[in-house]
Design a protein around this ligand. Sequence first.
Ligand SMILES: *Cc1c(COP(=O)(O)O)cnc(C)c1O
Length: 478
Amino acid sequence: MSRNAESTAFRSALEVIRAVEPRVADAIGAELTDQRESLKLIASENYASPATLLAMGNWFSDKYAEGTVGRRFYAGCQNVDTVEALAAEHARELFGAAHAYVQPHSGIDANLVAFWAVLADRVESPALKKAQVRQVNDLTEADWFALRRELGNQRMLGMSLDAGGHLTHGFRPNISGKMFDQRSYGTDPATGLIDYDRVAEAAREFKPLILVGGYSAYPRKVNFRILREIADSVGATFMVDMAHFAGLVAGKVFTGDFDPVPHAHIVTTTTHKSLRGPRGGMVLCQPELADQVDRGCPMVLGGPLPHVMAAKAVALAEARRPDFADYAQRIVDNSQALAEGLLRRGAKLVTGGTDNHLVLIDVSGYGLTGRQAEQALLDSGIVTNRNSVPQDPNGAWYTSGIRIGTPALTTRGLGTAEMDQTAELMHTVLTATTAGANADGTPSKAKYALDPALADKIARQATDLLTPFPLYPAIDLA
Ligand SMILES: *Cc1c(COP(=O)(O)O)cnc(C)c1O
């Protein structure tokens, strides 16, 4: 394929869109410019390949395909079957999973599918058996009430939000916290690491139906073998949400005890974070949960998105190539170089470093809240997000942390030398930023001061850092 083909494809696409609504074409073009110019350190973002992006822009979008491969509620799904089966096959091969369900529209949707699958397998099926019926439709009203009581008040034990867990792991503002009676495990206050003995203790006391492993903001490896043993010791189903680090599992950076797939009963993920696919989700599971997982649509999900499943098949094929393993290793090398660069300049990091794709800076060391730091960095052309640190005194809105990650910059080709320069730019901004005060003189958690000339200078240096590593180098929209 000529490199020119990518340019032609996107240019032609924009020409077609421009003829209908030029402002949309302009916004798409502007988004490419913005992404090219910003130093993107958001740990959950990446840049999908042109092939992945193009697989989404076509008539697969027009198809309804409720059901599963070969068993659809709509006619004419033979081509959807082809791409869904391919995506599932690539996912099974890539992760060594017994079963893969590639329809979830996002990571949260994948978790809902998994929760329902476990509830149905562990609670609904036995309840139906007890009522001596096979179908939910055969239940009497009294059966329904009994079943609802059994389905409700189920227990979930997951990592606490401020230790790096995700909202969908049982927190009140999310439906998972309403479906489940939740308790969380945190990290050791001294080391910032998961204390597996404490997790075992909590499991023994709480007796959860589901033990959840996985995180959005924990900068270390997790030992999934130990978590499985804990789940087994209390008869819990062990679920891992690998939304953030699926790329490191795919690229065989996380193996053995640190690979969730052989240890968990059910694994959920996004496809667009370190895995570098289209925006979407996926469930992998052991054979005994497969039938329930496959009921995801229409039990939990709206109609499948065949164009996104096509893109998942493309991205998963890419992730099976040897160069993806090299990419995954470079993500971690970069993350460690970034952490070392920050530490050497005096930054305070949660757990003191990283062994995955993300670094969590405790910006209280700079006298700032997460919100102040995030804005000051953004003013300086550095895109990050604020995040709680364990036992955060500033809560989940202002926070005391900045979460950064390397999957996106690694895709662009930046290496450890550039990570050290990135650490220098960040440290300079954070040192030069001062916390502001409210009108009544009390310290503000949002206001800050940063010399605009310095912010501009750093922004130029950030752009210079990116210049040798063009994003989508073959695509020229001009
Ligand atoms: C990002 C993330 C999700 C949510 O993914 P969406 O695609 O935004 O729904 C779920 N779980 C974890 C652990 C995540 O990091």
